[in-house]
Ligand binder design. Structure first.
Ligand SMILES: [Zn+2]
Length: 293
Protein backbone atom coordinates (compact mmCIF):
# COMPACT_ATOMS: atom_id res chain seq x y z
CA UNK A 1 0.00 0.00 0.00
CA UNK A 2 2.79 2.35 0.98
CA UNK A 3 4.69 1.44 -2.24
CA UNK A 4 1.57 2.15 -4.19
CA UNK A 5 1.18 5.51 -2.48
CA UNK A 6 4.85 6.28 -3.13
CA UNK A 7 4.50 5.43 -6.80
CA UNK A 8 1.48 7.61 -6.99
CA UNK A 9 3.35 10.48 -5.28
CA UNK A 10 6.26 10.07 -7.69
CA UNK A 11 3.89 10.06 -10.57
CA UNK A 12 2.21 13.15 -9.21
CA UNK A 13 5.45 15.08 -8.61
CA UNK A 14 6.75 14.05 -12.07
CA UNK A 15 3.60 15.37 -13.58
CA UNK A 16 4.00 18.68 -11.73
CA UNK A 17 7.63 18.90 -12.84
CA UNK A 18 6.71 18.21 -16.47
CA UNK A 19 3.92 20.74 -16.39
CA UNK A 20 6.16 23.33 -14.76
CA UNK A 21 8.90 22.72 -17.32
CA UNK A 22 6.39 22.98 -20.13
CA UNK A 23 5.15 26.30 -18.77
CA UNK A 24 8.73 27.55 -18.53
CA UNK A 25 9.43 26.52 -22.13
CA UNK A 26 6.23 28.13 -23.37
CA UNK A 27 6.98 31.32 -21.47
CA UNK A 28 10.48 31.30 -22.93
CA UNK A 29 9.11 30.84 -26.43
CA UNK A 30 6.63 33.62 -25.88
CA UNK A 31 9.30 36.06 -24.73
CA UNK A 32 11.57 35.06 -27.60
CA UNK A 33 8.72 35.54 -30.09
CA UNK A 34 7.94 38.94 -28.62
CA UNK A 35 11.50 40.20 -29.00
CA UNK A 36 11.82 38.70 -32.46
CA UNK A 37 8.61 40.43 -33.60
CA UNK A 38 9.73 43.74 -32.16
CA UNK A 39 13.04 43.38 -33.91
CA UNK A 40 11.37 42.61 -37.25
CA UNK A 41 8.90 45.50 -36.93
CA UNK A 42 11.72 47.90 -36.15
CA UNK A 43 13.72 46.67 -39.09
CA UNK A 44 10.81 47.03 -41.51
CA UNK A 45 10.08 50.46 -40.08
CA UNK A 46 13.66 51.51 -40.74
CA UNK A 47 13.41 50.46 -44.33
CA UNK A 48 10.26 52.50 -44.79
CA UNK A 49 11.82 55.54 -43.14
CA UNK A 50 8.45 57.04 -42.32
CA UNK A 51 8.43 60.82 -42.24
CA UNK A 52 5.06 61.16 -40.59
CA UNK A 53 3.36 59.24 -37.83
CA UNK A 54 0.74 56.77 -38.86
CA UNK A 55 -2.49 58.54 -39.60
CA UNK A 56 -5.96 57.22 -39.90
CA UNK A 57 -7.54 57.81 -43.26
CA UNK A 58 -10.21 55.86 -45.00
CA UNK A 59 -7.88 53.69 -47.00
CA UNK A 60 -4.33 52.50 -47.03
CA UNK A 61 -3.49 53.66 -50.52
CA UNK A 62 -4.34 57.22 -49.62
CA UNK A 63 -2.33 56.97 -46.44
CA UNK A 64 0.61 55.79 -48.49
CA UNK A 65 0.26 58.78 -50.76
CA UNK A 66 0.19 61.15 -47.82
CA UNK A 67 3.45 59.77 -46.57
CA UNK A 68 5.35 59.64 -49.79
CA UNK A 69 4.16 62.23 -52.26
CA UNK A 70 4.10 65.95 -52.78
CA UNK A 71 7.67 66.64 -51.71
CA UNK A 72 8.29 68.66 -54.84
CA UNK A 73 5.22 70.84 -54.40
CA UNK A 74 5.03 74.37 -53.15
CA UNK A 75 8.62 75.50 -53.52
CA UNK A 76 7.74 78.69 -51.65
CA UNK A 77 7.00 76.80 -48.48
CA UNK A 78 9.32 75.69 -45.77
CA UNK A 79 8.46 73.68 -42.74
CA UNK A 80 8.85 75.41 -39.39
CA UNK A 81 11.64 74.32 -37.12
CA UNK A 82 11.03 71.10 -35.33
CA UNK A 83 9.93 71.60 -31.77
CA UNK A 84 9.25 68.22 -30.26
CA UNK A 85 8.16 64.86 -31.48
CA UNK A 86 4.63 63.90 -30.72
CA UNK A 87 4.57 60.31 -29.63
CA UNK A 88 0.84 59.83 -29.85
CA UNK A 89 -0.94 58.87 -33.05
CA UNK A 90 -2.16 61.86 -35.01
CA UNK A 91 -5.89 62.44 -34.75
CA UNK A 92 -8.10 61.71 -37.70
CA UNK A 93 -8.31 64.52 -40.22
CA UNK A 94 -12.00 65.00 -40.84
CA UNK A 95 -13.34 63.78 -44.12
CA UNK A 96 -16.69 64.60 -45.67
CA UNK A 97 -16.65 68.05 -44.15
CA UNK A 98 -19.77 69.82 -45.32
CA UNK A 99 -19.17 72.99 -47.31
CA UNK A 100 -20.51 76.39 -46.35
CA UNK A 101 -21.06 77.25 -50.01
CA UNK A 102 -23.50 75.31 -52.17
CA UNK A 103 -22.21 74.06 -55.48
CA UNK A 104 -24.55 75.81 -57.93
CA UNK A 105 -26.63 73.79 -60.33
CA UNK A 106 -27.34 76.69 -62.69
CA UNK A 107 -24.77 78.18 -65.09
CA UNK A 108 -25.19 81.80 -64.02
CA UNK A 109 -24.45 81.10 -60.35
CA UNK A 110 -21.72 78.61 -61.18
CA UNK A 111 -19.79 81.18 -63.22
CA UNK A 112 -19.64 83.46 -60.20
CA UNK A 113 -19.00 80.96 -57.43
CA UNK A 114 -16.39 82.41 -55.10
CA UNK A 115 -14.20 80.03 -53.14
CA UNK A 116 -11.48 81.02 -50.71
CA UNK A 117 -10.25 80.04 -47.26
CA UNK A 118 -13.51 81.02 -45.63
CA UNK A 119 -15.82 79.87 -48.43
CA UNK A 120 -15.66 76.24 -49.42
CA UNK A 121 -17.70 73.47 -50.99
CA UNK A 122 -18.15 70.03 -49.44
CA UNK A 123 -16.62 66.76 -50.57
CA UNK A 124 -19.80 65.77 -52.41
CA UNK A 125 -18.80 68.24 -55.13
CA UNK A 126 -16.50 65.58 -56.51
CA UNK A 127 -19.49 63.69 -57.90
CA UNK A 128 -21.23 66.74 -59.34
CA UNK A 129 -18.75 68.04 -61.86
CA UNK A 130 -18.87 67.20 -65.54
CA UNK A 131 -15.22 67.12 -66.54
CA UNK A 132 -13.53 67.26 -69.93
CA UNK A 133 -9.93 67.18 -71.00
CA UNK A 134 -8.71 70.41 -72.49
CA UNK A 135 -7.96 69.42 -76.10
CA UNK A 136 -4.38 68.37 -76.67
CA UNK A 137 -3.54 68.24 -72.97
CA UNK A 138 -3.84 65.92 -70.02
CA UNK A 139 -5.56 68.60 -67.95
CA UNK A 140 -9.19 68.41 -66.93
CA UNK A 141 -11.64 71.24 -66.39
CA UNK A 142 -15.36 71.54 -65.94
CA UNK A 143 -16.55 70.95 -69.51
CA UNK A 144 -17.98 74.49 -69.72
CA UNK A 145 -14.66 76.02 -68.73
CA UNK A 146 -12.72 73.58 -70.92
CA UNK A 147 -14.65 74.67 -74.02
CA UNK A 148 -13.90 78.32 -73.26
CA UNK A 149 -10.25 77.56 -72.60
CA UNK A 150 -9.89 75.80 -75.92
CA UNK A 151 -11.28 78.85 -77.73
CA UNK A 152 -8.84 81.07 -75.89
CA UNK A 153 -5.96 78.69 -76.59
CA UNK A 154 -6.73 78.66 -80.32
CA UNK A 155 -7.00 82.45 -80.46
CA UNK A 156 -3.66 82.88 -78.68
CA UNK A 157 -2.05 80.23 -80.88
CA UNK A 158 -3.23 82.27 -83.89
CA UNK A 159 -1.12 85.09 -82.47
CA UNK A 160 1.85 82.77 -81.96
CA UNK A 161 1.27 82.46 -78.20
CA UNK A 162 0.89 79.05 -76.58
CA UNK A 163 -1.13 78.96 -73.37
CA UNK A 164 -0.04 75.50 -72.36
CA UNK A 165 -2.32 74.13 -69.64
CA UNK A 166 -0.38 73.09 -66.56
CA UNK A 167 -2.88 72.46 -63.79
CA UNK A 168 -6.66 72.46 -64.12
CA UNK A 169 -9.02 70.32 -62.10
CA UNK A 170 -7.71 68.91 -58.84
CA UNK A 171 -10.16 66.70 -56.99
CA UNK A 172 -11.38 67.34 -53.46
CA UNK A 173 -9.61 64.12 -52.42
CA UNK A 174 -6.33 65.28 -53.89
CA UNK A 175 -6.69 68.65 -52.19
CA UNK A 176 -7.35 66.86 -48.92
CA UNK A 177 -4.25 64.74 -49.37
CA UNK A 178 -2.09 67.77 -50.13
CA UNK A 179 -3.53 69.57 -47.12
CA UNK A 180 -3.05 66.58 -44.83
CA UNK A 181 0.60 66.28 -45.76
CA UNK A 182 1.35 69.57 -44.08
CA UNK A 183 -1.29 69.20 -41.37
CA UNK A 184 0.15 65.89 -40.17
CA UNK A 185 3.66 67.22 -40.41
CA UNK A 186 2.73 69.99 -37.97
CA UNK A 187 1.07 67.51 -35.62
CA UNK A 188 4.16 65.38 -35.75
CA UNK A 189 6.20 68.39 -34.79
CA UNK A 190 4.11 68.77 -31.66
CA UNK A 191 1.61 71.46 -32.61
CA UNK A 192 -1.98 71.15 -31.43
CA UNK A 193 -4.67 70.34 -33.98
CA UNK A 194 -5.86 73.94 -34.00
CA UNK A 195 -2.34 75.28 -34.46
CA UNK A 196 -1.68 72.70 -37.17
CA UNK A 197 -4.80 73.82 -39.06
CA UNK A 198 -3.86 77.48 -38.74
CA UNK A 199 -0.34 76.89 -39.96
CA UNK A 200 -1.38 74.55 -42.76
CA UNK A 201 -4.09 76.82 -44.13
CA UNK A 202 -1.48 79.52 -44.64
CA UNK A 203 0.38 77.19 -46.96
CA UNK A 204 -2.32 75.21 -48.68
CA UNK A 205 -6.01 75.72 -49.32
CA UNK A 206 -8.18 73.39 -47.26
CA UNK A 207 -10.13 70.90 -49.40
CA UNK A 208 -13.11 72.50 -51.12
CA UNK A 209 -11.72 76.02 -50.88
CA UNK A 210 -9.59 75.91 -54.02
CA UNK A 211 -11.07 76.84 -57.39
CA UNK A 212 -9.10 73.93 -58.80
CA UNK A 213 -11.41 71.59 -56.83
CA UNK A 214 -14.30 72.53 -59.11
CA UNK A 215 -12.32 72.71 -62.37
CA UNK A 216 -13.17 76.34 -63.08
CA UNK A 217 -9.61 77.67 -63.46
CA UNK A 218 -6.32 76.87 -65.12
CA UNK A 219 -2.73 77.43 -64.09
CA UNK A 220 -1.10 78.27 -67.38
CA UNK A 221 2.47 77.63 -66.44
CA UNK A 222 4.11 75.19 -64.12
CA UNK A 223 5.51 76.22 -60.76
CA UNK A 224 9.18 75.81 -61.71
CA UNK A 225 9.01 78.68 -64.17
CA UNK A 226 6.17 80.70 -62.66
CA UNK A 227 8.32 83.46 -61.17
CA UNK A 228 8.76 85.30 -64.46
CA UNK A 229 5.41 84.56 -65.99
CA UNK A 230 4.21 88.15 -65.67
CA UNK A 231 7.06 89.19 -67.97
CA UNK A 232 6.15 86.81 -70.76
CA UNK A 233 4.29 87.45 -74.01
CA UNK A 234 1.75 84.88 -72.85
CA UNK A 235 0.90 86.97 -69.79
CA UNK A 236 0.69 90.14 -71.87
CA UNK A 237 -1.68 88.36 -74.24
CA UNK A 238 -3.84 87.09 -71.38
CA UNK A 239 -3.91 90.53 -69.77
CA UNK A 240 -5.21 91.98 -73.04
CA UNK A 241 -7.52 89.21 -74.24
CA UNK A 242 -8.45 86.63 -71.58
CA UNK A 243 -11.69 88.45 -70.70
CA UNK A 244 -12.86 88.07 -74.30
CA UNK A 245 -13.00 84.36 -73.62
CA UNK A 246 -14.46 84.63 -70.13
CA UNK A 247 -11.32 84.42 -68.02
CA UNK A 248 -10.05 86.76 -65.31
CA UNK A 249 -6.83 87.09 -63.38
CA UNK A 250 -8.09 85.74 -60.07
CA UNK A 251 -5.29 86.90 -57.75
CA UNK A 252 -4.08 90.32 -58.90
CA UNK A 253 -0.95 91.91 -57.46
CA UNK A 254 -2.83 94.83 -55.89
CA UNK A 255 -5.54 92.67 -54.27
CA UNK A 256 -3.49 90.41 -52.04
CA UNK A 257 -5.01 91.98 -48.92
CA UNK A 258 -8.50 91.11 -50.17
CA UNK A 259 -7.97 87.68 -51.71
CA UNK A 260 -5.45 86.54 -49.12
CA UNK A 261 -3.48 84.96 -51.96
CA UNK A 262 -0.22 86.26 -53.39
CA UNK A 263 -0.06 87.52 -56.96
CA UNK A 264 -0.57 84.52 -59.24
CA UNK A 265 -0.10 85.65 -62.85
CA UNK A 266 -0.53 82.06 -64.04
CA UNK A 267 -3.94 81.37 -62.44
CA UNK A 268 -6.87 82.24 -64.76
CA UNK A 269 -10.43 81.78 -63.64
CA UNK A 270 -13.46 81.27 -65.87
CA UNK A 271 -16.43 83.52 -65.08
CA UNK A 272 -18.07 83.79 -68.52
CA UNK A 273 -17.53 86.50 -71.12
CA UNK A 274 -19.95 89.10 -69.72
CA UNK A 275 -18.75 88.79 -66.14
CA UNK A 276 -15.12 88.82 -67.22
CA UNK A 277 -15.57 92.09 -69.11
CA UNK A 278 -17.39 93.69 -66.16
CA UNK A 279 -14.82 92.51 -63.65
CA UNK A 280 -11.90 93.66 -65.76
CA UNK A 281 -13.47 97.08 -66.37
CA UNK A 282 -14.33 97.51 -62.69
CA UNK A 283 -10.76 96.89 -61.57
CA UNK A 284 -12.15 94.80 -58.72
CA UNK A 285 -11.19 91.29 -57.70
CA UNK A 286 -13.89 88.64 -57.54
CA UNK A 287 -14.57 89.06 -53.81
CA UNK A 288 -15.01 92.81 -54.21
CA UNK A 289 -17.10 92.45 -57.37
CA UNK A 290 -19.49 90.13 -55.54
CA UNK A 291 -19.61 92.30 -52.43
CA UNK A 292 -17.92 89.62 -50.34
CA UNK A 293 -14.84 91.61 -49.36
ZN1 LIG B 1 -4.05 77.88 -59.61
Amino acid sequence: MSRKTSKSDNFFSNKVAVTFTAILILAGLFVAAFFLTTFIVEKVGDNDTPVLPEITLEDKSEQQEVTTSGKSESPETTAPETTQKQETTAPVVQDNTPGNVDYPSDDASWKLICLNRSRYVGSEVENQINLSYVAGSGELMDSRAAAAYEKMYDAAAGDGIYLTPCSGYRSYSTQKRLYNEFFNEYLYQGYSEEEAHNLTSKRRNPPGSSEHNIGICMDIICASSSANFQNTKAYAWLDAHAHEYGFILRYPEDKVSVTGVKFEPWHWRYVGVENAASIKNSGLCLEEYLGLA
